[in-house]
Design a protein around this ligand. Structure first.
Ligand code: FAD
Length: 300
């Protein structure tokens, strides 16, 4: 299947390094805000002007060298300073493997702690993105330890996992982003069909809207969004308790429309030179995005 091909390509180390060297290509610039923070701040300002807040992802994942992980940590610290200095409405999303989870747990913990501490000075939220299954439990371990000291963290629940229901109950007091799940996971621990994943997604969203702290409903799926709009109306859930999230460059009209209707809206804004894996996963989710690639190749 095309999805498997793109997921396979997303994990190709050689292509990842080549992509870093040659800048934003293959249409990636339509879904990645820029290669540096200055360009990205401009994009955030434009979204803020339309009533949309942002979560900023300084792209990077599956890092295996300490030096690279430290560089990623320093870049995220710079992004925090830049968001604060520019007074834009934004917070951080990051991936634990970007700052060393595959190298050494304690090393990753120290990097993450430094980031969370820096952001807490400005009362800035840090979202710890969830990656593939093997990284889920260690990521929760990091979060649980950090929560003893800091309150400015939240994470992601991936609806395709059987464990998602337990995880959401355990972490209901956190600000949680709920998603369908982006990686290819085996039937041993993940739902495989669209119907099962969608049903669990809705169940998790409803649970957290009713019992949780703050819910970020992260999807481009209009059926799910329409369902949520009806559900919050029927259950008198105040708008301050939830937001919709979508990725930068996707369904822009719908993003604006929801913000204009007065719903809290947050756009996930990825930037940086490590765009390749992110971009390939977006192609895997929606092969129609290949149109972007084709257009870019022929419009040189
Ligand atoms: P899909 O199941 O891809 O699409 C459902 C339907 O919606 C489609 O059939 C189509 O009718 C419509 N649709 C979808 N996209 C479009 C489009 N571009 N244009 C027109 N119609 C469209 N995953 C993780 O595993 N970990 C994370 O930390 C994580 N963070 C995320 C953060 C955000 C803000 C978002 C939006 C997603 C994140 N994801 C994450 C990815 C997520 O898990 C899904 O893989 C991804 O969002 C695709 O699923 P979907 O819910 O958008 O809808």
């Amino acid at each position: 299947m095309l999805k498997d091909v793109f997921i396979g390509l997303s994990q190709n180390q050689f292509l990842t390094s080549a992509a870093k060297k040659y800048g934003l290509k293959l249409g990636a610039q339509t879904v990645v805000a820029g290669t540096n923070i200055e360009q990205t701040i401009d994009s955030i300002r434009e979204l803020n002007a339309q009533g949309i807040s942002c979560t900023v992802d300084n792209l990077g994942e599956f890092v295996f060298e300490k030096e690279e992980a430290l560089k990623a940590k320093d870049s995220i610290l710079e992004v925090i300073e830049s968001i604060h200095a520019n007074g834009v409405d934004a917070h951080i999303s990051l991936k634990p493997t970007q700052i060393g989870l595959d190298i050494d747990y304690d090393f990753c913990y120290e990097n993450l702690r430094e980031i969370v501490a820096a952001a807490s000075k400005y009362d800035m939220h840090i979202n710890i993105d969830m990656e593939d299954y093997g990284h889920v439990q260690p990521s929760y371990d990091l979060i649980e330890t950090l929560l003893k000291e800091y309150g400015n963290i939240g994470t992601v629940i991936q609806a395709y996992f059987f464990r998602a229901e337990d995880d959401i109950q355990k972490h209901k007091d956190l600000r949680l982003r709920i998603v369908k799940g982006a990686y290819k996971e085996p039937a041993e621990y993940a739902y495989q069909t669209r119907e099962e994943i969608d049903a669990n997604f809705i169940q998790l969203i409803e649970y957290h809207l009713l019992h949780g702290k703050f819910t970020s409903i992260a999807t481009h799926d209009h059926n799910i969004i329409n369902h949520v709009i009806e559900f919050v109306k029927e259950n008198n859930i105040p708008r301050e308790k939830f937001e919709f999230q979508m990725l930068y460059g996707f369904r822009k009209d719908m993003q604006l429309n929801l913000a204009r209707q007065g719903y809290n809206f947050c756009t996930y804004v990825p930037f940086g030179d490590d765009w390749y894996g992110y971009f390939m996963r977006r192609l895997a989710e929606r092969p129609q995005n290949l149109n972007l690639v084709v257009k870019q190749v022929f419009n040189k």
